[in-house]
Design a protein around this ligand. Structure first.
Ligand code: BGC
Length: 244
């Protein structure tokens, strides 16, 4: 089955048709800059534009940077607060004219990795961590997702973790890879203490530079880069729509 997967990120909104049987992206993805402030109308317009770009008339899955319950946005950390309480399935269904399933972006990325990527066949507890504008987390036990886990906001040394260890924090503070690895190490140690996972999978745009910081981490839990790198979100959003 072919489903259009769309990933709404802090800097870009990207989409591509995905074969949900193989996890393959079928044609080059289309990326549009995220509108300033990520307000509801402009983001919806960009999503409609991506659907239009592919002349899409079928199902669409959207990975969204917020906890989502039955299509409703529950919280806004890095998007406009106007999204909170909004039924994103309905809004995006209206603007695209297609059936739309919206899920949390890290849950989507994790779904792609657990089904086809670095977490495939791994038993026990697997945590997907996406490092971008925020920190997204998805927790799996024996391949089954616990949805909307918001452990990017776990408090570490009195601070919301994503304000210190997201890729946005690295860029904002112009941290060297060594300094950034120290912050990541602190965050992963906290996650290890709370969950004792069997595997941590690292996603987000920064996962393609993993050789710069992964070797510097000293956490006992094995940490591997996402096999889909930053495209896990697109593939997983399509898988989530298929499941829905
Ligand atoms: C949001 C999460 C999201 C993550 C990554 C966090 O600020 O609260 O829902 O998964 O950013 O985008």
């Amino acid at each position: 089955m072919e489903i259009l997967g769309i990933d709404v990120g802090g800097s870009g909104i990207k989409g591509a048709p995905v074969n949900t049987e193989t996890g393959m992206i079928l044609v080059d993805r289309h990326r549009i800059k995220t509108p300033e402030g990520a307000e509801t109308g402009p983001v919806a317009e960009v999503i409609a534009e991506i659907a239009h770009h592919f002349n899409w008339t079928g199902s669409i899955g959207v990975g969204f940077p917020a906890p989502i319950k039955h299509g409703v946005v529950k919280m806004a950390a890095n998007i406009s607060p106007a999204w909170v309480g909004m039924n994103a399935n309905e809004l995006l269904g209206q603007v695209t004219g297609c059936p739309v399933t919206v899920v949390n972006d890290a849950d989507a990325a994790g779904l792609a990795e657990i089904t086809f990527g670095a977490g495939k066949g791994v038993r026990g507890v697997v945590i997907m961590v996406t490092l971008g504008t925020g920190i997204g987390t998805a927790i799996f036990c024996d391949g089954k997702l616990l949805p909307n886990a918001e452990f990017g906001h776990v408090e570490v040394d009195g601070r919301d973790a994503e304000t210190r260890a997201s890729d946005a924090a690295r860029q904002r503070e112009e941290l060297s890879w060594k300094k950034y690895a120290k912050r990541l190490n602190r965050y992963f140690k906290e996650m290890q203490k709370l969950f004792w996972p069997d595997l941590i999978i690292l996603g987000g745009g920064i996962s393609k530079y993993h050789e710069k910081y992964l070797p510097l981490l000293t956490v006992e839990t094995p940490i591997v880069p996402a096999q889909f790198l930053n495209e896990a979100g697109i593939v997983g959003a399509a898988l989530a729509a298929r499941q829905a």
